[in-house]
Design a protein around this ligand. Structure first.
Ligand code: PRP
Length: 209
C-alpha cells in the first residue's frame, strides 16, 4: 500500500499558483478549487492530503514531521526555517526582500543607530550584522510602509512585488537583500522513509515548471 503524503500549502498569495502547477503536473486538485472553509483536502487521484495554512506554519508543520512537504516563500524560509530540505524553486510568487526608505533620506549619515521596521526581524538583523552596522529592529505585523512616514522608523525591510506600495507611499529601494519565490520543502525523515514517492512528486512538479 502506498503511504499517503501530507503537503502544507501556504494559503492566499501562493495557493492559486501552487494549484495551477499541481494540475499542470497531472495532480488533480478539484477539492481545492471549490469555495469552502475546509482546511484539509484529500486529492481524488493521488495519495496526497493538502493542508492550507499560513506561511510560517508551513515551516512548523514540515519541521515537526506532521507534513512531509510544504510550499512556502523563500522570505519565510529565510526568517523562520532551519531544518528541512529545500528541494525545488517553483518560480512563482516572485518578489524581493529589500531595504527601503523615504526618497532622499540620508540613511547612513545619522549619528545614532538606525531604526528598522519589519515583519522580518531575523532577515533585517542578519543584513545589518553582515555590514557591521548596529540597528534597532521594530517588529511590525503589516502595512510596514507606514513606519517611516510617521517617524516610527528610518527605513523598512520588506517584500516588494510590483513596487506599487513603496511608490504610493513615497518610499524607494535602498538595497536589495534577497530574491524570493515559492519553494518546495521536504521533512528530513520523510525524505528517507517516503523517498521514492517524494522524488516522483518532485520530478512531476519540476517537469511541469
Ligand atoms: C506585502 C508587502 C508590501 C506589499 C508589496 O504586503 O509587505 O506591503 O505586499 O507589494 P507590491 O510591491 O506589489 O505593492 P501584504 O499585501 O502581504 O499585506 P501586509 O502589509 O498586511 O502584510
Amino acid at each position: 500500500m502506498i503511504d499517503r503524503m501530507k503537503i502544507a500549502l501556504t494559503k492566499g498569495r501562493l495557493e492559486e499558483k501552487a494549484i495551477e502547477l499541481f494540475e499542470k503536473s497531472g495532480i488533480s486538485c478539484s477539492p481545492l478549487k471549490t469555495e469552502t472553509r475546509k482546511l484539509v483536502h484529500s486529492l481524488p487521484e493521488d495519495p496526497i492530503d493538502v493542508l492550507l495554512v499560513k506561511a510560517q506554519d508551513v515551516i512548523t508543520y514540515v519541521e515537526h514531521g506532521v507534513c512531509d512537504m510544504g510550499i512556502v516563500g523563500k522570505d519565510t524560509i529565510l526568517e523562520y526555517g532551519s531544518s528541512f530540505f529545500e528541494v525545488l524553486d517553483l518560480k512563482f510568487g516572485k518578489c524581493k526582500l529589500v531595504l527601503a526608505a523615504k526618497d532622499g533620506e540620508d540613511l547612513y549619515g545619522k549619528y545614532r543607530d538606525l531604526r528598522i521596521a519589519t515583519k522580518y526581524p531575523g532577515v533585517a538583523r542578519n543584513h545589518f550584522e553582515k555590514k557591521g552596522i548596529n540597528v534597532e529592529i521594530i517588529k511590525i505585523e503589516s502595512s510596514v510602509e507606514i513606519a517611516p512616514l510617521v517617524g516610527l522608523a528610518d527605513a523598512i525591510v520588506d517584500i516588494v512585488e510590483t513596487g506599487t506600495t513603496l511608490r504610493e507611499n513615497g518610499l524607494v529601494i535602498v538595497e536589495e537583500i534577497a530574491n524570493v519565490s515559492a519553494r518546495l520543502i521536504v521533512n528530513i525523515a520523510s525524505m528517507k522513509i517516503k523517498r521514492p514517492h517524494i522524488l516522483d512528486f518532485v520530478s512531476r512538479l519540476s517537469s511541469a515548471l
